[in-house]
Design a protein around this ligand. Structure first.
Ligand SMILES: O=C(O)c1cc(C(=O)O)c2c(n1)C(=O)C(=O)c1cc(C(=O)O)[nH]c1-2
Length: 246
C-alpha cells in the first residue's frame, strides 16, 4: 500500500485477502467435492477440535488485555457461543460422534498432529501477547467462514451420507454467529486501523491468521491424503496418532 485507504477501500483490501482463505486449500476442495475417505474426515474433525477448544481460550486472552467495557460485553458473547451448555464445543463433540469418533479421543487430543498444535498455539499466544485490538482483528478470517460452513451444509449430506445429520449443527450455528462477530470485528478494525502504518499492520495480521489456517490444512493433507504423518517412514513410530475409531 502506498497511501492510507478510506474505510471502504480498506474493507475491500481486507476482503480481497479471502483469495488465500483455506476454503481454497486442496484438502478442503477434496472435502467439499466428496473425495475424502472416512479416515480423512475423522482426521479433520479430530484435529479441528484442537482449534475449537483454543478459540474461547484465545478470546479469554483478548479479554485479559483489557478492552473497553463495550467491547468486553461483545467479546463475552463469543466465549459463551463456544463454551456454554449446548455451545460450539458440545456441537463439535456431536460432530465427532456423527463421524464415528469417541468423545474421549477428541477430548484427549490424541490424534492432533504436531503442526496443527503449533499453528493453533501460535494463534493463542498471539492473542496473549498482542495489544487487544490487534488480537481482536485477527479473528477477521471469519469474514470468509460463513461460505465454508454453508458449503459443508450443502454438500456433506449428499457426499457423505454415512455422517449422521445431527452432527452438522455446528456449521448451522456458526452461520449467524460468525456474521455478528464480523460486524463487530470489522467496524472496530476500520475505525481503529486508520493510518498507513496501522493498515499495513492489519494486513500482516490477517495474513498471519490465513497462514495458520492454511498450515493446518497442509498438515492434514500430508498426513491423511499423502499418508505421510510425522515419522511415517520410521518403523513403529507413527501408530500412536493413527485414527482408530470406527
Ligand atoms: O470452519 C472453518 O473454516 C472456520 C474458520 C474460522 C476462521 O476463519 O478462523 C473459524 C471457524 N470456522 C469457527 O467455527 C469459529 O468459531 C471461529 C472463530 C474464529 C476466531 O478467529 O475467533 N475463527 C473461526
Amino acid at each position: 500500500m502506498s497511501k492510507v485507504l478510506n474505510k471502504n477501500d480498506f474493507e475491500l483490501k481486507l476482503r480481497d485477502m479471502g483469495r488465500m482463505y483455506h476454503i481454497h486449500h486442496p484438502f478442503h476442495i477434496r472435502m467439499y467435492q466428496g473425495e475424502c475417505s472416512k479416515e480423512e474426515i475423522q482426521g479433520w474433525v479430530a484435529n479441528r477440535f484442537y482449534y475449537q477448544t483454543a478459540i474461547p481460550i484465545k478470546d479469554a486472552a483478548i479479554m485479559s488485555n483489557n478492552p473497553p467495557l463495550e467491547d468486553r460485553r461483545k467479546w463475552i458473547d463469543r466465549i459463551i457461543d463456544h463454551d456454554s451448555v449446548g455451545g460450539g464445543i458440545e456441537a463439535w463433540l456431536e460432530l465427532g460422534e456423527a463421524v464415528g469418533l469417541k468423545k474421549e479421543d477428541l477430548l484427549s487430543h490424541k490424534f492432533v498432529l504436531p503442526a496443527v498444535k503449533f499453528a493453533v498455539d501460535a494463534y493463542v499466544n498471539f492473542a496473549k501477547q498482542s495489544p487487544w485490538k490487534e488480537a481482536a482483528m485477527s479473528s477477521l478470517t471469519e469474514m470468509f467462514a460463513p461460505q465454508i460452513h454453508q458449503q459443508r451444509l450443502d454438500t456433506w449430506p449428499k457426499n457423505y451420507p454415512w455422517i449422521e445429520q445431527k452432527g452438522l449443527r455446528y456449521f448451522q450455528k456458526r452461520l449467524s454467529e460468525a456474521r455478528r462477530d464480523v460486524q463487530h470485528g470489522l467496524s472496530l478494525t476500520l475505525e481503529e486501523f486508520n493510518t498507513l502504518q496501522l493498515q499495513e499492520r492489519a494486513c500482516e495480521i490477517l495474513q498471519f491468521k490465513l497462514d495458520i489456517l492454511w498450515t493446518i490444512c497442509d498438515a492434514l493433507y500430508l498426513a491423511y491424503e499423502l499418508k505421510r504423518p510425522p515419522y511415517f517412514n520410521i518403523k513403529d513410530c507413527h501408530a500412536q496418532r493413527k485414527i482408530t475409531s470406527n
